[in-house]
Ligand binder design. Structure first.
Ligand code: GTP
Length: 604
């Protein structure tokens, strides 16, 4: 293939606007896959993705298309469709020269449409606007075209109206890809320069890196080097994706394909890395960064006897996902486990679901926390940590206020798009989450775009659900990293008759401590069975009690009903009680069933 007959492009869209359906149609009309009902959304491989209708892991396919007497090679680079994976989206886009921006003809521009548009625009890619689902009864393509004109400054004449579902005008999309998107500007005679834009792990063959060749060529037997790790490998296999791997002799500049080179972990082929030939170093692509976890949570086996199984399941899963960080951790109540870092809450849920579905592992996840920072003022602590600013991902390691000059919390710039009838409620919600408004514009007669700076911890757990429910599902939300801001944090402890419950300690904003503490005490009261004495359940900040519930005493005598009964029944009951005790954790004299903590932690 001549470079001028190659096009590298991505489809970008808000969730559910039809990216996967359009990709499937493109694969069908180019004969890449047969047209049957069974291969719906071949590009979405993971079970959790199918269940939730979201794309998490990018899949790529090379399509061959005959147009005006010429054969074209069209590389469709699929991007993950969620805010948690924005970094991966931007790296996938750097392998493209253009994008097809899909907008639902009924819903119009949504928060992720904005985010994706800007990623493509900043990368200076050609943008082909496509209005999908024109077959829907409520479709209003004119309105969407006006939004596109207003927000993206793209003329409505450039929009292609299609129905991916019915196949209407889908061929027009391919033709525009050929006509409008430039071929990659690369040179085969340059030294090899390959961008890694995705990688997966295969049990037998090791890491499979998806690469875009920006210069030179690569084939089996070549020695290559990772610009990021500086490690050298011998290439075992190269090929194209259709979307399954299909080995080829060589890959040339301008092509997109895969490479296998004896890498054993996905961290050896990180997204954004550059590969070059041994002894022929090239300038690596700028802007490489490791994906940065923003949400941390403890993960424990439900039963400690499951520890080893869970350990091996986590190891296998992280082989395929270099963006999850894993550190061993332990808790008195929950036993040995790990503290895991994720890109966002959805990423965490996907990971958890994959553990359950693919490895049959049941786990306990503790309340997620964001990476706070503290500037230390105590000379002793600075010496201990070897630095003045530390990151806190575990409430158990929260440094006390007297040894800290300032606490910092991560913030994000959030974008909300909503019909204006819900605006009042949404603004109230944002204010309750300590958010500061940055912008508000009408994008058409009835829809508003709001921008807010949010503390990340205020949106991590349930903001999206709250937003969806108060807007009957109509508001959409996306966010991007906006750095850190100074904040006032406290560590809240939970006490049972004066004794602290280490695993329920949380880091909270000072102004939120009372409400959070009250909620935990109430839940704990429901979760602990009454005992022979009264139990005070308290939330405290240092020595100051801020919330309290009292669990009344209860004279529990399991043998009472057996008086006069037969001895075997008595023995059975005693045995059962002893077994029950094993699952108890003693805090002071108070016995707490282990699952009480789980219930409190899970719903916090
Ligand atoms: P993510 O993978 O979550 O990003 O979603 P997506 O953008 O890939 O959307 P997907 O292709 O899964 O489509 C979402 C829903 O819209 C599915 O139920 C599709 O059947 C439906 N859909 C897609 N295209 C059309 C269309 O042209 N017309 C109609 N009526 N429905 C469509």
């Amino acid at each position: 293939f001549h470079v001028e007959n190659i096009r590298n492009f991505s489809i970008i869209a808000h969730v559910d606007h039809g990216k996967s359906t359009l990709a499937d149609r493109l694969l069908e009309i180019t004969g890449t896959i047969a047209k049957t009902d069974h291969n719906k959304q071949v590009l979405d491989k993971l079970q959790v993705e199918r269940e939730r209708g979201i794309t998490v892991k990018a899949q790529t396919a090379s399509l061959f298309y005959h147009y005006k007497g010429i054969y074209y090679l069209l590389n469709l680079i699929d991007t993950p469709g969620h805010v948690d994976f924005n970094y991966e989206v931007s790296r996938s886009l750097s392998a493209c020269q253009g994008v097809v921006l899909v907008v639902d003809a009924n819903e119009g521009i949504q928060a992720q449409t904005m985010a994706n548009f800007y990623l493509a625009f900043e990368a200076q890619l050609t943008i082909i606007p496509v209005i999908n689902k024109i077959d829907l009864k409520n479709a209003d393509p004119e309105r969407v075209e006006k939004q596109i004109e207003k927000l993206f400054d793209i003329s409505k004449d450039e929009c292609i109206r299609i129905s991916a579902k019915l196949g209407t005008s889908v061929d027009k999309v391919l033709q525009e890809v050929i006509e409008k998107i430039p071929p990659p500007s690369v040179n085969i005679s340059d030294p090899l320069k390959a961008l890694v834009f995705d990688s997966t792990f295969d049990h037998y063959r090791g890491v499979i890196a998806n690469i875009a060749l920006l210069g030179g060529e690569v084939q089996k037997g070549h020695k290559i080097v990772s610009a990021h790790t500086r490690k050298t490998y011998e290439v075992h296999e190269v090929g194209i994706l259709t979307p399954n791997e299909q080995p080829t002799q060589k890959l040339y500049a301008g092509q997109v394909g895969y490479l296998i080179a004896g890498m054993k972990e996905v961290t050896e082929a990180q997204i954004g890395d550059t590969l070059y030939l041994h002894k022929q170093p090239v300038e690596p692509l700028p802007g490489f960064k490791s994906a940065k976890p923003m949400v941390f949570a403890g993960m424990y086996p439900i039963d400690q006897s499951e520890y080893n199984n869970l350990k091996s399941a986590i190891e296998k899963l992280t082989l395929n996902d270099s963006s999850v960080t894993v550190v061993r951790d332990s808790s008195l109540a929950l036993g040995a486990g790990w503290r895991l870092g994720f890109l966002g809450l959805l990423h965490m849920e996907v990971f958890n679901q994959r553990l359950e579905q693919e490895y049959n592992a049941s786990v306990i996840l503790t309340t997620p926390t964001v990476p706070y920072k503290a500037k230390l003022s105590s000379a002793k602590l600075i010496k201990e940590y070897g630095k003045e600013e530390i990151t806190i991902i575990n409430p158990a390691e929260f440094p006390d206020k007297i040894s800290v000059s300032e606490y910092l919390e991560p913030i994000v710039l959030g974008t909300i798009l909503t019909p204006d009838e819900f605006m009042g409620k949404i603004i109230t919600l944002c204010q309750a989450r300590r958010a500061v408004q940055k912008d508000m514009v009408y994008i058409d007669d009835h829809r508003v775009m709001l921008k807010y700076i949010f503390p990340l911890n205020e949106i991590v757990v349930d903001f999206y659900d709250a937003l969806k429910s108060l807007s009957s599902g109509y508001a959409s939300f996306d966010y991007e990293d906006a750095g850190y801001q100074a904040t006032d944090l406290v560590k809240m402890s939970i006490l049972l008759n004066g004794n602290p419950v280490e695993e329920l300690g949380t880091i909270v904003h000072k102004d939120k401590a009372y409400a959070v503490g009250k909620a935990i005490c109430e839940r704990l009261k429901d979760a602990i069975p009454r005992q022979l004495f009264e139990i005070a359940i308290q939330a405290s900040l240092g020595s100051k009690i801020i919330a309290r519930e009292t669990l009344k005493a209860y004279k529990k005598d399991v043998l009472a009903k057996c008086y006069g009964g037969d001895i075997t029944r008595k023995m059975k009951l005693l045995k059962r009680q002893a077994e029950g005790k094993k699952k108890m954790r003693k805090i002071g004299k108070v016995e707490v069933p282990k699952d009480a903590f789980l219930n409190v932690l899970k719903r916090q």
